[in-house]
Design a protein around this ligand. Structure first.
Ligand code: ATP
Ligand code: MG
Length: 266
C-alpha cells in the first residue's frame, strides 16, 4: 500500500502517460489522482475521451474542506472509473478546472494527503500525477503523504538538462521532511540516446520504471486514440504491467523494512 508521486522537470516527457499506463496495469486497487497544478484535464479529455466528471474531483474536495468536512470519507465519491469490469478497482480523481485553483488549494494539500493515506486499509494504492515541478518544488502536504517521488525524464540531453536544474529543489524539500521519502526516475524512451543505467548514474537515483518509446501506443493513453487490437496484451502495456508489478513489490518491501525498523525501535 503506497502513495507514489509522478512529476517532471521541463518539457512534457510523458509523466501523465506513464502514470496512467501504470494505473491501468497496477496489480492492486489503485487511484490515479490528477494533482497537476497547471490544469489541463489531460486524462479526462484524452484517454477518457471527454468523460463528464459531473463536478467531481479536487474542486469539490476544496469546497468540502472549506466547509470543515473531513476529506477521507468523501474521497472515493469524488472519483470516476478509469476501467470497468475488472477485479481490481481502478479509479480516477479529476484535477483542477481553472488556472488559479491550485493557489487556493495550498492549505488543502495536507488534508488531501491524509485522505490518500487513509485508503491504505482498503488496499488501495495512490498514483499522483503532480505535473511539473515549479520553482518551489511540489506542495509539502502532498510530499508528506508520499512513499516515493518519481521524476519522469526522457533520455535526451535536453530533458536531462531540465532535470538537472530542478531535481535539487525536490531533494531539498524531501530532506526537510521528518520521514524518509525516496526519489526515483522514470525514463521514457531509454537509449534515445542515453541508457537508463547512464541516467541513473548521472543523477545518483535509481530508475524505477522504463517506458518504451512508442508514439502510437502512447497516444492511445495521452490522446484517447483508438486502441489497436490486443493493445493491453502488446509490448507497450506489457512493459507497463511489468513495471507496475516491480514498483508495487519494491514499495511493499520498503514498507516492510520500515515497519521492522519502527518495530525494533519500540
Ligand atoms: N513512451 C512514449 N513514447 C512516445 N511518445 C510518448 C511516450 N509517452 C508520452 N509520449 C507523448 O508525449 C507527449 C506528452 O505526454 P504527456 O502528456 O504524458 O506528458 P507530461 O509529462 O504529462 O506533460 P505535461 O508536463 O504537459 O503534463 C504526448 O504526445 C504523448 O503521446
Ligand atoms: Mg501531464
Amino acid at each position: 500500500m503506497a502513495v507514489i508521486v509522478f512529476t517532471s522537470a521541463a518539457g512534457a516527457p510523458g509523466a501523465t502517460t506513464a502514470s496512467l499506463g501504470l494505473a491501468l496495469t497496477w496489480p492492486r486497487h489503485v487511484l490515479l489522482a490528477d494533482c497537476d497544478r497547471e490544469p489541463a484535464q489531460s486524462v479526462q479529455a484524452g484517454y477518457l475521451r471527454g468523460m463528464d466528471h459531473g463536478g467531481r474531483g479536487l474542486m469539490t474536495l476544496a469546497h468540502l474542506h472549506r466547509e470543515g468536512h473531513p476529506l477521507a470519507p468523501e474521497l472515493w465519491r469524488q472519483t470516476l472509473p478509469l476501467a470497468e469490469g475488472t477485479d481490481v478497482q481502478r479509479r480516477f480523481l479529476p484535477g483542477f478546472t481553472s488556472p488559479g485553483a491550485a493557489r487556493l488549494f495550498e492549505h488543502v494539500w495536507p488534508a488531501l494527503g491524509e485522505s490518500f493515506e487513509a485508503l491504505d486499509p482498503q488496499g488501495v494504492d495512490v498514483l499522483i500525477d503532480a505535473g511539473r515541478l515549479s520553482t518551489t518544488g511540489l506542495p509539502l502536504g502532498m510530499l508528506s503523504a508520499a512513499d516515493v517521488v518519481l521524476l519522469t525524464v526522457r533520455s535526451s540531453l535536453r530533458s536531462l538538462a531540465g532535470a538537472r536544474i530542478h531535481l535539487p529543489t525536490l531533494r531539498d524539500q524531501l530532506a526537510a521532511l521528518p520521514q524518509q521519502v525516496a526519489v526515483g526516475l522514470v525514463v521514457v524512451g531509454p537509449e534515445r540516446p542515453y541508457s537508463a543505467a547512464e541516467i541513473s548514474a548521472q543523477f545518483a537515483a535509481p530508475v524505477w520504471a522504463e517506458v518504451p518509446w512508442e508514439p502510437r501506443s502512447a497516444e492511445v493513453l495521452s490522446d484517447g486514440e483508438r486502441e489497436p487490437r490486443k493493445f493491453f496484451e502488446g509490448s507497450f502495456m506489457g512493459r507497463m504491467r511489468a513495471d507496475a508489478k516491480s514498483l508495487s513489490e519494491r514499495l511493499t518491501r520498503a514498507r516492510q523494512a520500515a515497519a521492522l525498523v519502527t518495530g525494533g525501535a519500540r
